[in-house]
Design a binder for this molecule. Sequence first.
Ligand code: GLU
Length: 365
Amino acid sequence: MRTVVKLGTSTLTRGTPCLSPPLVIDLARQIARLEGEGEQILLVSSGAIAAGRERLGFPDLPRDIPVKQMLAAVGQPRLMAFYEQVFGLYGVTVAQVLLTRRDLSSRRGYLNARNALLALLGRGALPIINENDTVATEEIRVGDNDNLSALVANLVDADRLVLLTDQAGLYTADPRTDPGARLVEEVSGPEIGPELWKAAGGSGCGLGTGGMATKLRAADLARRSGTGCIIAAGAEPDVLLRLARGEKLGTRILPSASAVESRKRYILSGSHSPGKLTVDGGAARALARGGSLLPVGLTAVEGSFERGDTVRVTLSEGREIARGIVSYDSRDLARILRSPSDAIESILGYRFGDEVIHHNDMVLI
Ligand code: GLU
């Protein structure tokens, strides 16, 4: 099971101007326990700007971008030092990962970020992800960490996205002003209905940051790629442990497609490079049995494409047998075709894995 947990500033500070050690210690205990049981967890954490303000003694500053960049630069290492200390109590190694939209939208950035996160999970480290606010100018900003956490969930094919907040979940109306407000326990079906968008306080394309509307938008993004989402209170006792045991807490937003279906749809519908790979009969049989495409079965590479592009896989007589996302660009493939995977590194000087196309990244036709 792979879970992305998102912690917002108001949860981390419990509504005060300072980071709240008790809450974070409690979540760290739960995360360490789950990791010990074999669960993979990634944390998306806000709080850099708040930590920067705290470090500088709450100066009265204008709310412009350079000030935010400066506060994030001061606060991010402080935030990580805090996590290092707290998770250290439970023997969990933390790793800082700072992303911008550029890393998530370009194909190469996407694969690189994905590889780094998977390598960290493979080592049992806890990736703690935030937006790289110090360099994220308007055009490359994700903007809010709810959205960032959904993009990360998508990036690592997470099974679950848990948005921890200071409310018990999504309500039918604002519980602070409307005594008739009820907790929405489950959201399912192909689309999220207009009444829920309204209840969350947004049209689905509004601009609020960090409110329920951005959470619902993030949940909607996650569910479309097969990741179930839960909006729950960070201060709920043992919230992560109870969710992992299947207890029904907060608002559950069920996936609208399975992860595999959504990935296949992406491969079939996404923009295709003109790239074409020709494979031999042995490789074609391996693909039909659910294997990955290895360089040894590759006999020709046509067109110019980048790592992360979708290309066609054909037999020598021209029939298309599969489509998939390549792990190597066309220049690299021209050099490693017909070679065994263990020779990749000596030919190229680096490697992105044994496969030209991993079977999870491929649709047979
Ligand atoms: N990246 C910002 C921070 O660390 C927070 C953004 C958000 O909370 O949505 O302070």
